[in-house]
Write a protein that binds this ligand. Structure first.
Ligand SMILES: Nc1nc2c(c(=O)[nH]1)N[C@H]1C(S)=C(S)[C@@H](COP(=O)(O)OP(=O)(O)OC[C@H]3O[C@@H](n4cnc5c(=O)[nH]c(N)nc54)[C@H](O)[C@@H]3O)O[C@H]1N2
Ligand SMILES: Nc1nc2c(c(=O)[nH]1)N[C@H]1C(S)=C(S)[C@@H](COP(=O)(O)OP(=O)(O)OC[C@H]3O[C@@H](n4cnc5c(=O)[nH]c(N)nc54)[C@H](O)[C@@H]3O)O[C@H]1N2
Ligand code: SF4
Ligand SMILES: [Mo]
Length: 702
């Protein structure tokens, strides 16, 4: 480009499943060509910063391996033989197979399956409209947020919290169970501002010394699944040493006296034995948050991905109620803002056509579902037809051997709409090529901030790929429901309806304004008008099976897991896969910096920076198996085994191993990925995927 030409910028939002939901400035080099992507400087949360992998998005959108043509399976499942088809022929085939499946087993045999590849409301959720219109099986989307939201809702009762930008005004930022440097870089922007301008302390609580802990003033490495023990001991010290805000507790909480009595035996010594932290570490952390009124607890998802994860999330959120730090600017606990938007998406999702008698199936339990487990099918027919959009379950879903075995069933017809030939697409009967976010219109809600941001189409897609919206509309025509409400509209018309119902203008006005800042008023955000339950109290005593929540399983599914073992007050409960003689190690499958779940595993720079699948293992543990750096190491449990390369690392506790990133299955020997080891049992009480909660054996690979 001529350096004198003014760079043309387009404005968008990052579509990936990341709490940051950055507002983006995109360099437009031509009608179908982008340059670098920058964080919008004029967005007060993004503040000009995006992660490196999205800055290099040109590598993904202009990738030579993008899918460009519909493909129909020409050999046996998964053997890689395809024939190219026209869009017309491919869509006709999908509709014909769906109708045939329905004729044989009824409409519930079809299971539309979609998730977080794009977080755009129109492209992600439009599939719901088709499923309601056709009475296909419901999708209980549990994999990501369920354990976390459940625990949060038990205490605070609403999915909101202090303005995340207030982190910059706090004197202590506790980054708990989120590797923010890697997974939501903008948290660091605001936390580091607080350190620079106010001398704030940054505390990081994790199961290993990750990239975020390396930047912290205090790092606490707990054993996986023991965060509630830490939280209890912290609260024990707060009560004992007079740091509990008793007037606040009286006014705003349900049973602080009961809590105090319960905590009497939850001493730092007790928690030390469970968490692996020293008594001094626990006491000094308690004193830090007890004496720093402006403490901001930034509670992430990672520490909830345990079978006791909801208990741990609830326990951590209780600390803020004991210190009363909610009262102060720069203080309180924050997990997610997903409850603030209150958008009406009825027309988009076809909610009015919903039939409550139709069964739901659990997203995280796709393995048991596709292999016919009775409890997973809820008494309905087998799943014999699927449309999969924006997700890669053959790679990301727990208990991968079951998932793949199910997908290879001859009596299952699977259509996958994708940008790349993923592990899931490889097992499909029909693969449809999809557009990327800069090639279609959509709108995005920030989970870790408070902006609703427009992502309009900025460039033309290459010939071939079509939007999710197009696929849903075309299938609706072929399946005979195109005249039902919500069909026949464009993406922009849907966005117009959603915005205008909320009094936020239209697609056109948003194009000018780029986003809306929907941060609730201070009193509401800090729950000074009361918490989200009917009695307005924060609950130390959760109603584990009776709490309403946005992620609660529909009535027909009931509640899950050993919910009778959930504690009355915050406590440590051994619902986790406790290490045993056969499986002496605990494995967490933490995120990789240059990948985003299974996305970006295809871009050359991300791949090169990550290298190869590695297992972080303490050097003394490695020595027990005669392992040196780079050696092949096999880890396994009753669900399977996987080979990685050992990386000796003393920033992890003995007895704990970490595998960073969800590598494509083919990056591992035997073509099976890390999720071979994770479990597909639904944790109590509302389900989810406990992907960091695995007991494993370790051995030098043969
Ligand atoms: N680069 C990158 N960014 C991402 C993603 C990615 O894969 N890569 N994924 C995106 C998605 S979908 C989501 S939901 C978010 C999630 O982002 P986060 O909220 O950060 O959650 P996780 O990525 O699951 O894990 C965060 C940390 O929790 C730690 N952890 C695991 N078990 C425990 C425990 O028992 N206790 C404690 N204290 N810590 C524990 C892990 O080691 C990890 O360092 O990130 C998004 N952003
Ligand atoms: N072991 C382990 N497993 C995990 C996790 C973990 O930490 N450890 N994290 C879990 C979490 S939190 C999550 S959210 C899941 C996420 O897992 P997924 O839901 O699978 O999310 P991604 O891998 O980001 O994206 C899936 C696919 O969406 C496609 N895609 C993107 N945009 C579009 C679009 O507009 N249209 C269509 N048709 N396709 C599109 C991308 O090409 C990509 O292949 O993984 C879970 N699995
Ligand atoms: S930090 Fe998250 S939201 Fe921001 S650009 Fe990167 S992936 Fe997207
Ligand atoms: Mo996620």
């Amino acid at each position: 480009m001529n350096q004198h030409t003014k760079l043309r910028l387009g404005h968008s939002a990052c579509p990936h499943d990341c709490p940051s939901t950055c507002a983006l400035d995109v360099e437009l080099l031509g009608p179908d060509r982008i340059g670098r992507i920058h964080g919008a400087k004029d967005n007060s949360y993004t503040a000009g910063v995006v992660c490196a992998k999205v800055a290099r998005y040109a590598d993904r959108i202009h990738h030579p391996d993008r899918l460009l043509k519909p493909l129909v399976r020409a050999g046996s499942k998964g053997d890689g033989n395809w024939k190219v088809a026209s869009w017309e022929a491919a869509l006709d085939l999908v509709a014909e197979k769906f109708d045939a499946a329905e004729a044989k087993y009824g409409s519930e045999t079809v299971w539309p399956y979609f998730y977080a590849g794009t977080m755009g409301l129109v492209q992600r959720d439009g599939i719901e409209r088709l499923r309601h219109a056709k009475k296909y099986s419901g999708f209980f989307g549990s994999i990501c947020t369920n354990l976390a939201w459940t625990g949060w809702m038990m205490g605070a009762g609403a999915l909101r919290g202090p303005d995340p930008r207030e982190m910059a005004k706090s004197d202590c930022v506790v980054i708990w169970g989120t590797n923010a440097v890697v997974t939501q870089v903008n948290v660091m922007t605001h936390a580091i501002k607080a350190r620079k301008e106010r001398g704030a302390k940054i505390v990081v609580i994790d199961v290993y010394e990750n990239a975020t802990m390396k930047q912290a003033d205090v790092g606490l490495i707990v054993k996986p699944g023991t965060d509630a023990a830490l939280a209890c001991a912290v609260m024990h010290v707060l009560f004992k040493e007079g740091m509990a805000d008793r007037p606040y507790l009286e006014e705003y909480t349900d049973d602080s006296r009961g809590l105090e009595a319960h905590l009497a035996t939850r001493t730092p010594e007790w928690a030390s034995a469970i968490t692996g932290l020293s008594v001094e570490e626990i006491v000094s952390f308690a004193r830090l948050v007890g004496t720093t009124k402006r403490t901001f607890f930034r509670l992430g998802y990672g520490f909830s991905r345990q079978r006791n994860g909801s208990v741990n999330m609830h326990a951590a959120s209780c600390i803020a109620a004991v210190t009363g730090c909610w009262k102060y600017e720069g203080g309180g606990a924050f997990h997610a803002n997903s409850g603030i938007y209150k958008l009406n998406t009825e027309l988009l999702e076809g909610t009015r056509m919903r039939d409550l008698n139709i069964r739901y199936l659990d997203h995280s339990r796709i393995g048991p579902v596709l292999t016919g487990a009775e409890d997973a099918l809820y008494g309905g027919p087998p799943v014999t037809a699927m449309l999969i959009q924006n997700t890669n379950p053959a790679n990301v879903a727990p208990e991968q051997r079951l998932v793949r075995r199910g997908m290879l069933r001859d009596d299952l017809f699977m259509c996958v709409h994708e940008q790349f030939m993923t592990d899931t697409a490889q097992l499909a009967d029909v693969v449809l090529p999809a557009t990327m976010f800069l090639e279609h219109d959509d709108i995005y809600k920030g989970g870790g901030n408070q902006h609703l941001t427009l992502g309009p189409k900025l460039v033309d897609a290459p010939p071939g790929p079509r939007t999710n919206h197009f696929v849903i509309e075309e299938l609706a025509k072929r399946l005979g429901v195109a005249d039902r409400p919500g069909f026949g509209m464009t993406e922009r018309e849907h966005i117009d309806v959603i915005l205008s119902k909320r009094g936020l203008g239209t697609f056109a006005t948003f194009r000018e304004e780029k986003w809306a800042d929907l941060q609730p008023a201070f009193e509401d955000a800090h729950f000074l008008n009361g918490f989200g339950h009917a009695d307005k109290k924060f609950r130390f005593k959760p109603n584990w099976t009776g709490q309403s929540a946005p992620n609660r399983p529909p009535r027909s599914m009931g509640v899950f897991g050993p919910h009778e073992r959930l504690p009355e007050f915050p406590d440590h409960v051994d619902l986790i896969e406790v290490a045993d003689e056969e499986h002496p190690f605990r494995l967490a499958t933490s995120p990789a910096r240059n990948f985003l779940n299974s996305s970006f595993t295809e871009t050359p720079v991300s791949k090169a920076r990550e290298g190869r699948p590695q297992l972080l293992i303490h050097s003394q543990d490695a020595a027990m198996f005669g392992l040196s750096d780079g050696d092949r190491v096999e880890i396994g449990n009753r669900r399977g085994e996987v080979v990685l390369h050992a990386k000796l690392f003393d920033g992890v506790r003995r007895g704990v191993v970490i595998a960073e990133g969800i590598w494509p299955n083919g990056a591992h020997e035997r073509g099976e990925g890390i999720n071979v080891l994770t479990g597909s049992d639904a944790p109590a009480p509302y389900g989810g995927a406990p992907v960091h909660d695995n007991k494993v054996w370790v051995r030098a690979a043969a």
